[in-house]
Design a protein. Structure first.
Length: 248
């Protein structure tokens, strides 16, 4: 079976991607920093406890897998929520390190084997924060914009070797993280959860959050032969966000 490697693949969007690629017939490998989450993943998956910001660990896991047919550079963290003058340099660096340097290391360590194989698709998880400016989220938005620049550069560099690169930009995703956001905002504003949700959903034409599975479906498409001429593209899976709420 064709190997697919998903970073941060033991939970959330990454887990949905891993499950979708398994259904599509791939041999799934996931990395995650969370040992407990990895242990809960199916035994037939390749499970690798890895910090994506550690160059040696990323080199080791790629060496063990070889050339992935699909590489999903998915690992990321939210980073601080604050005005730029209130963000500590250490928090900035931590956010950029995981979101941008982790994506760089994931791709750079896999590219030599993928070039030798003469095939492959690299899929970066960016964000709608990589398309729009987001007040109070400077490090996250900056890193996600940079991921798109990295992707477009790799699409140019790697196309002659039969390797495609694209980026998915999720919007607000259903799940524990966004439920926490809704609860915190509701408490601060003296509103109900549903009232806060309505404010977020109003920024999308579909008036709803998206699911991790919808993002995973796009990843499987981008990794497949059906997308064999799709490269260098930024694809939002966000229910059509025209005027994003800057709190997202």
């Amino acid at each position: 079976m064709k190997p697919a490697l998903i970073t941060a693949g033991a939970s959330g969007i990454g887990l949905a991607m891993a499950q979708a690629f398994e259904r599509a017939g791939y041999h799934v490998h996931v990395t995650d920093i969370d040992a407990a989450a990895l242990g809960a993943c199916p035994a037939q998956w390749g499970r690798h406890q890895v910090d994506v910001t550690d160059e040696a660990q990323m080199a080791e896991v790629i060496g063990a897998i070889g050339a992935p047919d699909v590489l999903c550079a998915n690992a990321g963290i939210a980073g601080p929520t604050a005005l730029v003058e209130d963000i500590a340099l250490s928090d900035w660096r931590a956010c950029v390190s995981v979101n941008l340097e982790g994506a760089f290391l994931t791709a750079s360590k896999a590219v030599p084997a993928m070039k030798a194989a003469g095939r492959g698709a690299i899929i970066f998880t960016s964000s709608t924060a990589g398309i729009y400016g987001y007040p109070n989220r400077a490090p996250y938005a900056a890193a996600k914009w940079a991921v798109i620049g990295l992707m477009k550069t790799l699409a140019m560099e790697l196309g002659p070797f039969g390797i495609r690169a694209n980026a998915i930009c999720p919007g607000s995703v259903e799940g524990d993280r966004m439920e926490g956001v809704l609860a915190r905002e509701a408490a601060i504003k003296g509103m109900t959860r549903d009232q806060v949700f309505a404010g977020y959903a109003a920024g999308t034409s579909m008036r709803r959050f998206i699911t991790a599975e919808e993002i995973a479906d796009m990843a499987v498409f981008l990794g497949s032969d059906a997308a064999r001429s799709v490269s260098g593209q930024v694809i939002a899976v966000d229910g059509h966000t025209e005027n994003p709420d800057p709190k997202l």
